[in-house]
Structures are given as C-alpha cells and as structure tokens.
Design a protein around this ligand. Sequence first.
Ligand SMILES: *[C@@H]1O[C@H](CO)[C@@H](O)[C@H](O)[C@H]1NC(C)=O
Ligand SMILES: *[C@@H]1O[C@H](CO)[C@@H](O)[C@H](O)[C@H]1NC(C)=O
Length: 464
Amino acid sequence: MSLFMPVILILGSTMYSESSFPPAKSISNRLVEKLLLSYNPVLRPVLNETHVTKLEMLILISQILDMNERMQKLITNAWVTLVWKDELLTWEPHKFGGLEYIKIPSELIWLPEVILYNNADDLYRTFLDNRIVKVDYNGSVLWASPVIFHSTCHVHVKYFPFDHQLCELKFGPWQYNGNELIIHGLGDSSIFTSDGEWDMISLSSTNNVMVYPDEPGVPYTDVTYGILLSRRAVFHVINLLLPCGLLTASTALVFFLPVESGEKISFGITILLSLTVFLLLLAELMPPSSVIPIVGQFYAVSMVLVSLSVGVSAAVVNIHHCGQQRSRVPCWVKKWIIHKLGRLIGIRIKRKCKRDYTVYARNKNIKRSPNAKTNDSSQSPLLPRDRDDKENGAILNEIESCGRVLHRDVLKIRQYFDHLKHEEDVRKEWRLVAMVVDRLCMIGYVVCIVGCTVTIIIHIQYDT
Ligand SMILES: *[C@@H]1O[C@H](CO)[C@@H](O)[C@H](O)[C@H]1NC(C)=O
Ligand SMILES: *[C@@H]1O[C@H](CO)[C@@H](O)[C@H](O)[C@H]1NC(C)=O
C-alpha cells in the first residue's frame, strides 16, 4: 500500500494540472526561462561583435597554504571575485515583480576565460565552472568563490631564513585577445591570515597589455599580482642556526682538550658529523641551484674549519709524543714557539729546565775524562801519614780501588737519573710546544669564526 502511494499522488497531480489551469510558475522561473530560451553559453554575450567585454577581477589572498622552496612552488588560498557585463542577460525588474537579480549555476551562461599563466598544477584547468553566479537586471554578472592556486614562484634563498619572497600570480584570457576581452584586476590583503611561517608585506596588482610571439600585433591583456612575503625566521633559527652556532663554538674546545684525554680527534670528528647532518637538513629545504644561502656558506666554512682542526689536532698529538724519540726540541722552535709565542699567549715557562740541562752537560764532560778525577782523589787528605809505606800503600790501593768503584757506580747512578731527568725534560718541552701550538690554533680558530660571522652579518646588512 505504502509503495503505491507516491505513484497515485503523482498521477493525481498531473491529472489535476492538465485538466484544470496551467501550474503557477514562480517569477524567477519565468525569468530564467525567458533569459535562457535563446541563450547560447558558448558565445561571447555581446549585441555587436565590436563591443569589448570588460572583466573586473578582485583577489583577496586569504592564506599561504604552502611554500615549497625546493620545488619553487606556492600554494595560495584566494577569494576571487569576477564581474563582467552580459549584454544578453538583461530585464526590466518591474515586469518581473521587482526582481532585480537571480542566482543561477555558472554552467548555464557564458563564462570569461581566466587562466593562471604561471600554473604549477598538473592541469591548466579553468576554475570558473560549477559555481553559482549572481546576475543583475542590467546584465552585470558576479562570480565569486574561494580558489586554491598552485603557482610557480622563483624563490631566492640567499638570505634564508631571513628572506623576503616576491611571488607572482598572472591571470588573463588565453584565447580572447584585447579586442574581445579586457581584464582589469585589483588585489587586497586585508583578510590575510598567516600560516605561521609567512607574513604578507604587500599585495600589488599590475595590468599589462602583452603581444605574444605566436600572434604578432594582437594585444592580450593580463593582470599580475605580486605577493610580497617575509619569512618568520624563529623556527629555522632554532632548528638550523642555533645548532650550527653551538657546534661551531664547541669546536674551539677541541684545541682545549688535553692530549692525554685521547678524545681530541674523535671529538672533532663527532662535530664534523653533526654539522653534516644539519647541512643535509638544510640541503633538503633548498632548491638545488647555484645560489647557496649564506647559512649554507657558513656551514661549509665551519666544516672546513672543523676538518682543519681535526688535522691540527692530529699534528698536535704527534708533537706531544715527539719527546719519546729523545730528540731535543730544535733551537729555533724553542726560541720562537715556546719563548716568543708562548709568552705572547700567556703560557708561563719555568726557567728551571735550562739549569738542569747544564748539569747534565757537565756530567757528560766528566764521563769523558775519568782519569783526571782519579788523580785528584789519590791526594786525599784523609789518609794517615804515620803508617808505614807498604801498609799504607796497600790500604791506599784498596781504598783507591774501592773509591774508584764507588765513584764509578755513583757516577753511573747519577748519570742514570740525569738521563731520566733529561728524557723527562725533553718530553716536557715537546708537550709545551704542543700546548703552545694548540692554544695558537684555538685563538686562530676563534678569530676565524668571529671574522666569518661578522663578515656575514655586515654582508647581509649591506645588501638589505
Ligand atoms: C556594430 O558596431 C559598429 C561600430 O560601433 C557598427 O559600425 C556596426 O554597424 C554595428 N553592427 C551591427 C550589426 O549593429
Ligand atoms: C548594475 O546594477 C548594479 C546594482 O544593482 C550596479 O552595481 C552595477 O554597477 C550595474 N552595472 C552596470 C553595468 O550598469
């Protein structure tokens, strides 16, 4: 029973409408029928072909959805309003109950052709279809809708992350030339809400007339919007600049670490690896072009300096262990590096070592002429003179030989300890040289890094 009810109702209603009077149509229904009866949406709606259709375009940039520096692509959310005059869609409002406008689907009427020239989407599709348009009684058609545009944008990354980007959106008809359709545009940034990374500084619009090489002499109009954006650098400062700065600063500690810790080189290598990781992060953000951002240049310089510091550390460790080969520090090294440079950078040198060397040298001379020493000892005043000569001679000989042996042994022991001391001193000296070189390199490194940073800052200030 319930299944048949609608059928009966429809049958009943048609029978009723056919039998009695025609159904009452609404005013707008009658108007649409009248307007679209002989309307052809494929033709430009002008009464005379010489008339030019004027298209007003207003764009409000609402959001920057994405800026892909690597793909050089910008995705914007824009509110687009188009107004043009359709000479065929006019009526007198008093004949239609004072109806001054109607809203109809856009596919029923002619739509102007507006193409985004610098499109970065897969297809150059027109964005005007499948919307509702408002038609005024005097023929003025208003098309309004939010649209997401994918456009190409030439990104200049030199000053990343303190950069400004000017991205353009160029709109115009592709087929209708300047004698048929003229586009005139305006832009507005009042509804812009930031996505966190980008702030809009300004939105400009320029209306151009261009002649293209495929059709010489025929003008084409277009409107080009320039969106000037500035990056909010905080995110990148924290994620890219701060780690780089800290790593670079801690590289100075490589020179500060004592050689005995055995960590000098591995510490340098660790810093080098961490810098590489951050450089990779940066490289993923940047387009692979010849323009390297200043941050990248700074990374590169840091990496070169850190590599050098690893090399220098290897050399310093080597110098430190030079003393084990028992060769003494060359005179010029002692004079220039330890005394002059060492004092310059405030490393205190003990004068004591020098005296010890003289003692050692004296003992060496003694060793070379032992006879002289024994002759001296034969006239020792300790020997008693009143004994008889034979006995005395025997005792004397015994004492003499004993003393000689003792003297020789003592000398040997003395020489041994002197030798140890000498070795230790040589080692100390080489260590001192290593320390001076290390400190010098640390100062050099700090000067280099500060110099680089200041140069970069001055460069940025000067350029912008
Ligand atoms: C169209 O306009 C031009 C110039 O305004 C005029 O010369 C021409 O006669 C018009 N054509 C028609 C069909 O009205
Ligand atoms: C048509 O009328 C509207 C007001 O209803 C007005 O804003 C518009 O400028 C008029 N257009 C033309 C082409 O006269």
